[in-house]
Design a protein around this ligand. Sequence first.
Ligand SMILES: *Cc1c(COP(=O)(O)O)cnc(C)c1O
Length: 385
Amino acid sequence: MIPYGRQSIDETDIAAVEAVLRSDFLTQGPVVPNFEARLAELCQSQHAVAMNSATSALHVACLALGLGPGDWLWTSPITFVASANCARYCGAKVDFVDIDPQSFNLDPKALAQKLVTAAQKGTLPKVVVVVHMCGQPCDMAPIHQLSQQYGFRVIEDASHALGARYQGEPVGNGKYSDITVLSFHPVKIATSAEGGAALTQDPELAHTMTLLRSHGITRDPQRMATPPEGDWEYQQIMLGFNYRMTDVHAALGLSQLRRLESFLARRREWVRRYQVELADLPLELPTESPGCESSWHLYVVRLNPQMTSCSRAQLFSHMRQQGIGVNVHYMPVYRQPDYRAFGILAENFPHAENYYQRALSLPLYPDLTQEQQDAVVLALHEGLA
Ligand SMILES: *Cc1c(COP(=O)(O)O)cnc(C)c1O
């Protein structure tokens, strides 16, 4: 089976991990700060806090922004469940904002409308999590403007978007948000096996997230509640977690960051080929929004129902039968059984529903070969004939 995504591991990655295994520290050593420094530099952010997953980073980011019981968090319905679950970890309530059908991202116009209603009802969100779906940056400028107007905080879930650019600047530079979260799961742009990070320009948010990542414990006397009795003393000053990244994982992540440009270039190359080879099929192909450079984490095509009677389910099973590991990203989060109790109505999200009926993710990853891509293209032509 040709998967929809997979990691690329070379000998330099293996050597980097091996070096840590032979060193003094498997965790809490020097490699995690090195990884964080490189990540911050790449994304032009002052601070990067590495964690054991993007899910942990989202949780900690929400807590650092003060999200708690009674608060609302809004996000896009077309995302991985973690973008919404982070609210529930904090005891907050979740609601969704419909997507823009062109970019698949949370639509700033729909957000503006929903804010007007929420302001009247007194249900304004404390945090909005935007998702750079497939690696395509959200239109951040109007979202930032709304955050100023209505007083909410913004988290960018950039799990798909390491290396993407908005208005010529790297996603993660925090120009239009408080915190940006990255994932280093194997299917994402670069991997640490499991891993995530939270980026911010705000030193206090960075400090709080660093505390929350490791039990809420500080060894800095300046930060302690009471003067320490001796150098042995550490103090827990808030309730935190063990969300630390290990040095083994950070070594893989750091090695992968050295390969980032080649990963992005390969993805762009495969995308260019898909755009040409699929142009005459009854499919709507993904586009790059004006001013945006996608990192092309996912290549999502949508069936055009005006031009074919083939359903997404039919095309999906045809492709799987041909050994092509197509996928669907994502079922709207409010459709998940664990979300049904919140009574969120699908009819309020016509663009997310329409997207979900028609979307199919095709294989896209750096180590895809031309022969494999040709097999994907051929199977699509046969399936849609
Ligand atoms: C993968 C992903 C996550 C979760 O990442 P983990 O590192 O696996 O926790 C969160 N949000 C989105 C949009 C993702 O694609």
